[in-house]
Write a protein that binds this ligand. Structure first.
Ligand code: ATP
Length: 274
C-alpha cells in the first residue's frame, strides 16, 4: 500500500489519537457519493444513490434485507466496482486515486472474519503494518487498552466469543485512525452493557478525531442515538434521507422502528424523495 504523506499517523512526528483535538462537525464532506449504481446481471442492487457525510458526523444507512446497503458499502470500500456514479473521499476520486483514499478509511463487519489461527495481537499487528503505521506496537497497545482487549491479545482470534471478536474487529477498524469509518452492525453480538460502551466509544472517537462514520444497522434505537442523519434504502434506491427528528415528524411516529416499518410497507411520507 502506498503511503499518504499527510495522514497524521503516517508522519514521523505523529502524535497518537489521545492528543488530537476535539473537532466540531463541519460542512466539509469527507465522503461524497454521486449517482452510484451497481447491477449484477439482471439484478439492480443499487440505483442512483447520492449522499454525503460531513467531517464529525455519523450517518445511518438503513434498509431491509436486500435493500443494497452492503453493495453500497462494498463500493465505497473499493471492493466492488460501480456500474455508474462516483465516490470521493476528502476530494479524492476512488476510481482514479484509490492509493490516496484507502489509507483514509477502514471498516468493520461481523461478516468479515480475521484469520482464526493468528492471535489478536498478531492480527492487529498485521493491519498496523499494512497501513504503514510508524509505531505499530504502540498503536496495538493503545487500542488494546482502549477496547479492553489486553487479556485477549495472546489468544487465537478463532477461539474468541462472538462479542470479543466484535471488539477485536472494531480495534482493527480503528488501527489507522480512519477519517472515514464504515461500520456494519458494530454492536451485533454484544451484550447491552458492552454495546452501550461501544456506542459511547464511537461517539467519543468521532468527536475527538472529526471522523465521518457510515453506520449500517438494523438496531433503530442505536441509529436514533448515534446518527445525525439517516439514509433509508429500499430496492437499491434512497427512499428518504433526513435527520432522525425530521423523519419522526414527517411520518408522524415517535421512534425510527415505526418509520422503518412504514417505509418497508411503502407508506411513503409526504415530501419524501420519489
Ligand atoms: N454478487 C452478487 N451477485 C448477484 N446479486 C447480488 C450480489 N450481491 C448482492 N446481490 C443482490 O443485490 C441486492 C442488494 O444486496 P445487498 O447485499 O447489498 O443488500 P443489503 O441491504 O446489504 O441486505 P441485508 O440487510 O440482507 O444484508 C440483493 O437483491 C442481492 O441479492
Amino acid at each position: 500500500m502506498r503511503r499518504l504523506a499527510h495522514h497524521p499517523l503516517l508522519e514521523p512526528e505523529a502524535e497518537l489519537c489521545h492528543s488530537l483535538p476535539v473537532l466540531a462537525p463541519t460542512t466539509r464532506p469527507v465522503l461524497t457519493v454521486q449517482n452510484l449504481a451497481k447491477r449484477f446481471g439482471e439484478v439492480v442492487a443499487v440505483a442512483d444513490v447520492s449522499f454525503a457525510i460531513a467531517a464529525g458526523a455519523i450517518t445511518g444507512l438503513l434498509g431491509g434485507n436486500g435493500a443494497g446497503k452492503t453493495t453500497t458499502i462494498s463500493m465505497i470500500l473499493g471492493l466492488i466496482k460501480p456500474s455508474a456514479g462516483s465516490i470521493h473521499v476528502l476530494g479524492h476520486d476512488l476510481a482514479r486515486e484509490a492509493w490516496a483514499v484507502k489509507p483514509l478509511m477502514n471498516f468493520s463487519s461481523p461478516y468479515v472474519d480475521l484469520p482464526h489461527r493468528l492471535t489478536v495481537a498478531e492480527n492487529l499487528s498485521v493491519f498496523a503494518r499494512l497501513y504503514g503505521l510508524r509505531r505499530p506496537a504502540q498503536r496495538v497497545a493503545e487500542l488494546a487498552a482502549d477496547l479492553d482487549l489486553e487479556g485477549l491479545l495472546a489468544r487465537p482470534t478463532g477461539r474468541l466469543s462472538a462479542g470479543q471478536r466484535t471488539r477485536v474487529a472494531l480495534a482493527k477498524a480503528l488501527i489507522n485512525e480512519p477519517q472515514l469509518l464504515l461500520l456494519d452492525e458494530p454492536t451485533a453480538s454484544l451484550d447491552p452493557d458492552t454495546a452501550d460502551w461501544v456506542r459511547t466509544y464511537l461517539t467519543d472517537y468521532q468527536r475527538r478525531t472529526g471522523a465521518a462514520i457510515l453506520l449500517a444497522s438494523h438496531n433503530m434505537a442505536e441509529v436514533e442515538r448515534l446518527c445525525a442523519d439517516v439514509v433509508m434504502m429500499q430496492a437499491g434506491r434512497i427512499v428518504d434521507h433526513d435527520t432522525p427528528a425530521m423523519l419522526l415528524a414527517r411520518y408522524g411516529r415517535d421512534n425510527l422502528e415505526d418509520v422503518f416499518l412504514d417505509i418497508a410497507r411503502n407508506q411513503r411520507a409526504q415530501g419524501a424523495p420519489p
